[in-house]
Design a protein around this ligand. Sequence first.
Ligand SMILES: NC(=O)C1=CN([C@@H]2O[C@H](COP(=O)(O)OP(=O)(O)OC[C@H]3O[C@@H](n4cnc5c(N)ncnc54)[C@H](O)[C@@H]3O)[C@@H](O)[C@H]2O)[C@H](O)CC1
Ligand SMILES: [K+]
Length: 510
Amino acid sequence: MQRVLTAVQMREAEKAAQEQHGMPSGLLMENAGRALAEAARSLAGPGGRFTVLCGPGNNGGDGLVAARFLLEGGARVVVSLVGDTGKLTPEAKRNLQALEGFGESPRAFEVLPEAGPGDVVVDALFGTGLKRAPEGVFADAIGTVARWRRAGAKVVAADVPSGLQSDTAEPFTPCVEADVTVAFGFVKPAHELEPGASLCGDVRRVDIGLGGESTRAVSGAELFRVEEKDARDALPKRRADSHKGTYGHVLVVAGSPGKTGAAAMVALAALRSGAGLVTVATRAEALPWVMAHSPEIMGVALPGEGPLGKGDLEALKAALEGKDALVMGPGIPRGPETGALIGDLLASMEVPAVLDADALNAVAEDLKVLRQAKGPVLLTPHPGEMARLWGRTTKDVQAHRVGVALNMATSLNVTVVLKGSRTLIAEAGGRVYINPTGNAGMATGGTGDVLSGVCGALLAQGIPLPRAARTAVYAHGLAGDLMAQQRGLMGLIATDLLVGLGHVWTRWER
Ligand SMILES: NC(=O)C1=CN([C@@H]2O[C@H](COP(=O)(O)OP(=O)(O)OC[C@H]3O[C@@H](n4cnc5c(N)ncnc54)[C@H](O)[C@@H]3O)[C@@H](O)[C@H]2O)[C@H](O)CC1
Ligand SMILES: [K+]
């Protein structure tokens, strides 16, 4: 599992590497600079010139080391120290002297030659130590980097594009936009969360000697990136002597007149994700429309009519008999009692429950009902639904995605999937996973219904909740990525994901 570290955690890891493993501090910078030089070299055209812009801290030091390696390799290199060179850190100062030993003295930023096609600009102004918006000569330098990039030069960022806040993935203005970002030791939130991730370009994580050992020393929230191998390895092997009962029975409580498609998409996604059996429970008038979508879908009519309320509890408990997972919410007829009904239902069941869409809006009125749950609970809000659960605006949610998801998960002892670009999976135990798959083509009605069906199917097959959520989110996004190649971002629709999921499972079953 790929860890994602904050700036403080990076410094703790660096300290641990030096104190516990005798890693000389200069060696970390040496390794970082060498990797930076290699990345820069990979982007240069024949005879291209390297312009290395160094800031006053260790990020600048990385740049000075990279410049030396590039010079050693016979490249044309110009270096500029931007800002108050008196403030150079000891490491950076040492590398400045080493560079001058190579006969290359840094030039004033203002007299640097223009960069263009075939050239490479190395952005080593700021890394994880950026504290405020770049101003003055730093802002000018960032503006010049943007101009050179528009003129055709490639930009390689050391550790983090300068101007981008490493921990929050929020850019100041101005901020470098890079073609490649070399992440030293560990990826940071800026590499994995939007809008930072898009400003980084291709993120290349490199080891610089901080080894896994030293991360034991780091404290704070545990942030990780979901890797394909981890997602895939959670899937149960299909034994020859298995039968449909082996793979669980999902109960889908979804749909209402005019929203029967939502229930069908949940059910079909569950079937397409390996569930042995799927039953949809919905009002009698909606049921035939749901079942008509596919002969594999079984149905139970919920007596009565109108919004789901306490009067539906007994029928739902009966429908839950013999089931291995519940998915509730997409398209349900919601009313004032629906939240309380969900609480009572959760209190009466042990199997895992996925709450999505209008089930989330129902419990948003009184989150305490979730505390009655006896079994594991997974919430799958999009930012708007999270805003209602949290009682703040969607903008607030998007500005604090990791914190909001983590707080909701730990305070309610549930797993939270906060959808959106780079969906987050937050666990009650304090770990947050960032999902790298998925694309803007999935911003279309029903994709959330499909995700909740995939979650329900994996849970019904006995995969423990946090892992099932990570695998479902990763597979759902990968299905979208594979299908966007055929349908286009514009043309992709939710039911395409049902086809895409087949491509994912065949890829993972190999
Ligand atoms: N931690 C590690 O394992 C390694 C880190 N390396 C590199 O070091 C940087 C972090 O270096 P640091 O000295 O902490 O800060 P920066 O170089 O990122 O920032 C420069 C310096 O500038 C000051 N500053 C911050 N904001 C502004 C601003 N807006 N205007 C002017 N000055 C500002 C502040 O004082 C900073 O200290 C990390 O990213 C890696 O690239 C090692 O080289 C490898 C191991
Ligand atoms: K940088």
